[in-house]
Design a protein around this ligand. Structure first.
Ligand SMILES: Nc1ncnc2c1ncn2[C@@H]1O[C@H](COP(=O)(O)OP(=O)(O)OP(=O)(O)O)[C@@H](O)[C@H]1O
Ligand SMILES: [Mg+2]
Length: 212
């Protein structure tokens, strides 16, 4: 499976989702490559921290690419069971080019007006790519949702996203939990940290992507 985490909005949790999926797959014994096409390379640096600080942890292979990365995606797809692609938060050649090689695209969005306003442009870009890569399935994913049960923004955003043609709403919701930041800093996935509420969120998402 070649799954890309993308979107034209910055800071929506893309690298957090990408690294957690990669760690999940590694713990399943899968052969996984985390391919970072964002020049900021947050996901790549996470994988480097992982290799340095947790040399015995299940292996997450990593690589960086920039520019027109379609050929890179095609090439690595021959060598790994799963590729998780992390891209930067703006419309770039790398993002569009990686989408051409992906099978699934997940677009994390915070339940905020500023993030939801980017959906129209994203849907247009996805349609352009699907004209060339008809197999691409695109999903929206609510991320950084409040854990406060009296805050209904995530539910409201989900209702709005359900109506968006061209984007399938993920069943999973990633909430704003400190453990995601801690795991990112430590070069691990939340599934590798002791009992926590983020683990089932990542498991549900991963099962949807890789078993669905
Ligand atoms: N579910 C979460 N819970 C708590 N903190 C989160 C969560 N997701 C992301 N963060 C934090 O929010 C910030 C932005 O997250 P992240 O880097 O994953 O976003 P991004 O979409 O990859 O950003 P960019 O567009 O810059 O690549 C980081 O500080 C990250 O640790
Ligand atoms: Mg990022």
């Amino acid at each position: 499976m070649i799954v890309m985490i993308g979107g034209i909005k910055g800071g929506t949790g893309k690298s957090t989702v990408a690294t957690n999926l990669a760690a999940y797959l590694a713990n399943q014994g899968a052969d996984v490559l985390l391919l970072d096409v964002d020049p900021q390379a947050s996901a790549y640096k996470w994988a480097m921290r992982r290799q340095e600080q947790h040399p015995d942890a299940p292996k997450v292979n990593t690589a960086q690419a920039s520019g027109r990365v379609f050929d890179v995606v095609r090439d690595v797809a021959k060598r790994y069971e799963h590729i998780v692609i992390d891209s930067g938060g703006h419309a770039s050649d790398a993002m569009k080019s990686a989408m051409l090689g992906a099978q699934k695209l997940y677009v994390p969005l915070r339940p905020s007006q500023a993030d939801l306003e980017t959906v129209g442009e994203m849907v247009g870009m996805i349609a352009d790519v699907q004209a060339l890569n008809a197999g691409l399935e695109a999903f929206s994913l609510i991320s950084l949702a409040s854990t406060n049960p009296s805050v209904f923004e995530a539910q409201e955003a989900r209702e709005a996203l359900r109506e968006v043609p061209g984007l399938i709403l993920s069943d999973s919701v990633i909430r704003d939990r400190k453990i995601y930041r801690d795991a990112f800093f430590e070069g691990v996935g939340v599934v590798e940290m002791t009992h926590n509420k983020a683990t089932p969120e990542v498991q549900l998402l991963a099962q949807e992507i890789f078993n669905g």
